[in-house]
Every structure is written in C-alpha cells, then in structure tokens.
Write a protein that binds this ligand. Structure first.
Ligand code: SF4
Length: 323
C-alpha cells in the first residue's frame, strides 16, 4: 500500500544523524499548533516539537503515534526520533490566529525537553516567540531537568504570560525510575530543576503520572513524593492512573515480566480495558486529595499576576494539570 500523509513524510525524511541505536530525522510539518478537542483537558491547543522520545518510558501512552508513520516495531518510538523542521514565520502566523483567552500546552504527546532538544532547540525557539508575546496562557510538561538551560528565557516568558511548568515525577526511588524511565534524568535532578525555576518566579508543580498499581501507588510512596515536591517549591500535585492500550501494552507487559512478575496477574485482571476499574481510580483520587490536604498543595495551578502582563487584559483561570 503506498504511504500517504505523515507516513510518507516520515519515510522521506533525511536522516540527520544515527548514533548508537538512535536515529534523528527532520520532519516537515504543515501545522505546529494543534487544536485539542478533548474537553477533559483544560488547554485548547497543543505543541509537540518532536515525534518519538528517547526517554523510553515503559508506560508511555504516545507510542501509538509512531504507527501513524508506519513505524510499528515496539522500540521504534524511542529509537527513531523526528525533529520538526523549524519555520519561525509559519509558527508566528499560526500563533497569531489563536485568541489570548485560549491556553496552549507544550509537550502533550512527547517531551519537549527530551534529549533531541539539546541538539535542535525547537522548544527554545518556540519559547523565544512566546517571550515576545504577552497575555498568553502557556503550559509545559516535562520529565527533564533541561528547562534550567532556558531559565532566563522562561523567566522572560513568565513575566509577560501565565506560564506553568509541570514536572512529571512518578517516584523518588532511583531503581524504580531507572527501570520505568530508562532515558529520563533522575527524579532528584527534576526536583532540583523545579526548585531552581521556582526560585526565579516560574510556577511549577509535580504530577506523579502515571500511577501504577502495586508499583508507585501506595500512600507512603506518594506521600514521600508530595513532601519532596513541596520542599522543592511545587505549587500543585496530582496524578492520573495508568492508561494502557496497544502498542504500549505490549512494551509494559514485558517490563512487568522482567521487573514485577508477581504483579502480572493483577494487571491482567485490572486491565481488561485501557483503564483499571473505576473503584481503583476513585481510591487514587481520594488518596491524592488527602495527601494534597496534608501537604497544603493545590490540585490545580494558582493564577498569578505576571509583572509585565498588559494592563486592561483580564487575568483569568487556573488550569487543571493533566498527566
Ligand atoms: S518522557 Fe514522556 S514522551 Fe518521553 S517516553 Fe516518557 S512518557 Fe513518553
């Protein structure tokens, strides 16, 4: 069958560099900023500068997005990385059409501060555009400590716009983190980055997503994480339970077999669909609520008045973080 659309573009993308098992390619894109139609999210638009992610989280729900490019080997997502070809004029043009009242999230599918960002600096270029705008609501989600590279730029963005940075930290246990998120910076480095950004007036929080039954979901485990997040300066704390569908399911099952064989049976009965039973989800929601209450952490972002926010423009709403 002839390749079409994104699969055709991916097949034709010139390889920029192949190092070890990872290759990097440029991918042309007709659209930088995409509409979010799912009403469960509190942002209206998403930006994902990269396709694929070397952090290789075993539970990464975005693995299916490589199938759109006809890349179907289980590890393709973490070894064939595509950097979108930067076009500042096109990006500015798209942005100019988005009303200031609508929130924009960077990193909804793949991490905007993944390793490829050290080479291609796409997230940095996007932030440079936001650094010249004012009155926008911007949301970044990452599992990296690389935002500290851009601390001056992020500070500039946060002075003129509502900027929130969401650090995903599933565990403080480095052994668990190494197995689950083999390519991600250590959890303590992420907390250190959060602390550095928070000290510069950039609002940050922690999401313990995904919550994995029997691995990081105990009261004690999440409480320790919340305490560390609070001490680092996080303003909000939360987490969503693991969402599992193919091809992530196959990758995660292999992880379980190697690392937690005793949990296989539980997952097989809990994950007959993409989500665990509703009772478990409610139990976790209540657990997070109690932990937030004890640690005086918010469930959502807290609005603040950016020092250089254009006067006369209404300042509104807090965002509910997602995974
Ligand atoms: S950092 Fe995010 S995008 Fe990258 S592999 Fe992990 S979950 Fe997926």
């Amino acid at each position: 069958m002839p390749l079409v659309g994104i699969a055709k573009a991916a097949a034709a993308a010139p390889v920029l560099e192949a190092k070890r098992a990872v290759s990097y390619s440029h991918l042309s894109t007709g659209k930088w900023i995409n509409r979010v139609v799912d009403s469960r999210y509190s942002f209206d638009w998403s930006i994902n500068p990269y396709r694929g992610c070397e952090m290789a989280c075993q539970y990464c729900y975005a693995r299916y997005t490589h199938e759109f490019m006809e890349l179907r080997e289980p590890r393709d997502f973490e070894t064939k990385i595509f950097a979108k070809t930067w076009n500042a004029a096109a990006f500015r043009h798209e942005l100019s059409k988005i009303p200031l009242s609508q929130a924009i999230a960077i990193g909804t599918a793949t991490d905007p501060y993944q390793h490829a960002e050290r080479r291609y600096e796409l997230t940095r270029r996007i932030l440079e555009v936001f650094g010249q705008s004012s009155g926008r609501k911007i949301w970044i989600t990452t599992k990296s400590d690389l935002p500290t590279r851009d601390i001056d730029l992020l500070e500039r963005v946060a002075r003129r716009n509502l900027l929130y940075i969401n650090f995903t930290i599933t565990t403080l246990d480095t052994d668990i983190a190494r197995g689950l998120e083999p390519g991600a910076p250590r959890p303590d480095l992420r907390l250190k980055a959060l602390s550095a950004l928070q000290a510069r007036g950039i609002h940050c929080g922690v999401m313990a997503s995904p919550v994995l039954p029997g691995i990081n979901d105990s009261e004690e485990h999440l409480e320790q994480l919340a305490v560390a997040a609070r001490e680092a300066g996080a303003k909000w704390f939360g987490g969503a339970v693991l969402f599992l569908k193919s091809p992530t399911r196959e990758v995660f099952w292999n992880y379980l077999k190697e690392n937690h064989p005793e949990l296989l049976q539980r997952y097989e009965s809990d994950y007959t669909s993409a989500r665990p039973p509703r009772e478990y989800q409610i139990q976790m929601e209540n657990r997070f609520e109690d932990i937030r209450h004890r640690n005086k952490l918010s469930r959502k972002t807290t609005p603040y008045l950016p020092p250089d926010w254009e006067s006369g423009r209404q300042l509104s709403l807090a965002l509910y973080p997602s995974g």
